[in-house]
Design a protein around this ligand. Structure first.
Ligand code: FE
Length: 215
């Protein structure tokens, strides 16, 4: 089988928000799709190992914020490459609480969901949910997964459904330094060695000293 065919599927980049008791938490998901329009339902695939997964199961609800091409890469770094078990991710991103769920304000808009069903796979739960509220913040261009990968130069964590396909692409990219946490590949015009010592990964904020030269 040629697994590269799966790279032809298109996705968006979204922030999932949910509640850990009184504490907002969440992660990044590209596997969000609308299933029906009446009632309005969506499906989201979430890895069993993600802390967000257990919080979604307990609370029965979540938000989806649709990230834009202008959304700060650090939003993806904070929500996508750290665990809500260890830290309050929402302390580091701009958000507002809407009907009891956190929504990323640096985005195109959001919708709020109530979980109405789920299907288990070996690694992921596919949550089926009804949209109960939603709004557009302003007309921004939504971030596609292809844009994130090609323009922002980001990768995704190993829990993402698309992880394997990305690693293949990473191996063929012409880059010199790679972030070991988020996979960001530095390809700027200034040589990496000449970047200031306080330079950090634009996606996950790892220090320059953590970057590894690509062999
Ligand atoms: Fe990084």
């Amino acid at each position: 089988m040629n697994k590269n065919v799966l790279r032809k599927l298109s996705y968006g980049v979204h922030a999932v928000g949910t509640m850990d008791g009184e504490r907002p938490t969440g992660c990044i998901a590209n596997s969000v799709m609308q299933i029906t329009s009446s009632p309005m339902t969506v499906a989201v695939s979430m890895n069993h190992d993600n802390y967000t997964h257990s919080c979604m199961e307990k609370s029965g609800k979540f938000s989806i914020s649709i990230l834009s091409e202008n959304t700060a890469p650090s939003v993806i770094g904070t929500l996508g490459f750290q665990s809500g078990r260890d830290k309050n991710k929402f302390d580091e991103v701009a958000y507002e609480m809407i009907d009891g769920l956190p929504v990323i304000t640096d985005s195109c808009g959001y919708f709020l969901c109530k979980i109405i069903g789920k299907m288990e796979t070996t690694t992921h739960t596919v949550f089926l949910a009804e949209i109960v509220e939603g709004d557009v913040f302003e007309e921004k261009k939504e971030m596609t997964y292809a844009y994130y990968h090609q323009v922002v130069k980001g990768s995704s964590p190993k829990n993402a459904p698309t992880y394997i396909e990305e690693k293949k692409e990473e191996q063929t990219a012409k880059v010199t330094y790679v972030c070991p946490i988020c996979g960001y590949e530095y390809t700027g015009e200034v040589p990496f060695e000449e970047l200031p010592e306080d330079w950090v990964c634009p996606i996950c904020l790892q220090p320059k000293s953590e970057f590894r030269k690509k062999e």
